[in-house]
Design a protein around this ligand. Structure first.
Ligand code: SHN
Ligand code: NAI
Length: 198
């Protein structure tokens, strides 16, 4: 058995500011569209350039609604990687994906190759959002369908007031005077009822 699978999920989660980073998507088909939608669902101001020999109408429509999306309807060219922080490869051609992945690696660009876990530097996850709260779900590539279903469960059970609670806590946090450990103690006190009524 693969050593990584034996250890469980060793992926390190981070939350990216994709309105400040430049994302490249290569491929303008169904998967390119899905990945673009995933980015825009998280941040409508995501900065994305999408390159595809042909580009689906739905992608063109999205680009009209989002000022930070640019489209290049042509084959990928190496200069498309200039200034790119994160790349998502979604052409239907494994060889093309591999070639672009190697060029991206040479530039130390973090790359996701749809459908090809072996070539990915990172995986996309399912995400749940309630105002300022965001939960990322990863199954280590084991079952994206589980990630999707679990997202739906969390979306159902998290009350809409979750964000109001977060904002109240922000208000308390902003008004607390004192050193770090005092603040931790106070914030633990006011939130203790969230965990003690089991
Ligand atoms: C490794 C990973 C790499 C990556 O793409 O980043 C990957 C890989 C693969 N996906 C495949 C298939 C499907 N992927 C989905 C859906 C999602 N896939 C996503 C992420 C990931 N998919 C990464 C791991 C995430 C994790 O750790 O769980 C989500 C979470 C995020 C997103 O893509 O935005 C999004 C749900 C978003 C949501 O709704 O919340 C569905 C379900 C559906 O569409 O309804 C199916 C069909 C059913 C099935 O196969 O399960 C296949 C086989 C392809 C084939 O057989 O041809 C592979 C390749 C392989 O496993 O070898
Ligand atoms: N991980 C995932 O979630 C999934 C991944 N996939 C895989 O993703 C790949 C793409 O699938 P689809 O979008 O459905 O295919 P598609 O055929 O609809 O789209 C492929 C796109 O890539 C473009 N393309 C091809 N060569 C190119 C090049 N050299 N430069 C720029 N653009 C180029 C085409 O013009 C087209 O827009 C397939 O290999 C599929 O198996 C499929 C389903 C799920």
């Amino acid at each position: 058995m693969n050593q990584k699978k034996a250890q469980g999920n060793v992926l390190f989660p981070i939350f990216l500011k994709i309105d400040q980073l430049q994302v490249l998507i290569v491929g303008g088909g169904n998967v390119g569209l899905e990945k673009l939608e995933a980015l825009l669902k998280n941040d409508p101001n995501a900065r994305v350039n999408l390159v595809g020999i042909s580009i689906k109408k739905e992608i063109v429509d999205l680009s009209h609604q989002h000022p930070n999306i640019s489209l290049s309807e042509r084959a990928f060219q190496e200069h498309d990687l200039e200034g790119v922080d994160v790349a998502i490869l979604a052409t239907a051609d494994r060889k093309t994906n591999l070639e672009i992945k190697n060029l991206a690696r040479g530039r130390r660009i973090l790359t996701n190759v749809a459908d090809t876990p072996d070539l990915c530097d990172f995986y996309l996850g399912s995400t749940v959002k309630k105002g300022d709260l965001k939960i990322g779900i990863s199954t280590n590539g084991t079952s994206p369908t589980f990630a999707k279903r679990f997202r739906e469960v969390l979306e159902d059970i998290l009350p809409d007031e979750t964000n109001a609670l977060l904002q109240n806590l922000r208000g308390i946090r902003d008004n607390l005077k004192g050193n770090f450990s005092y603040k931790v103690k106070k914030l633990n006190e006011v939130t203790s009822s969230l965990v003690s009524n089991k």
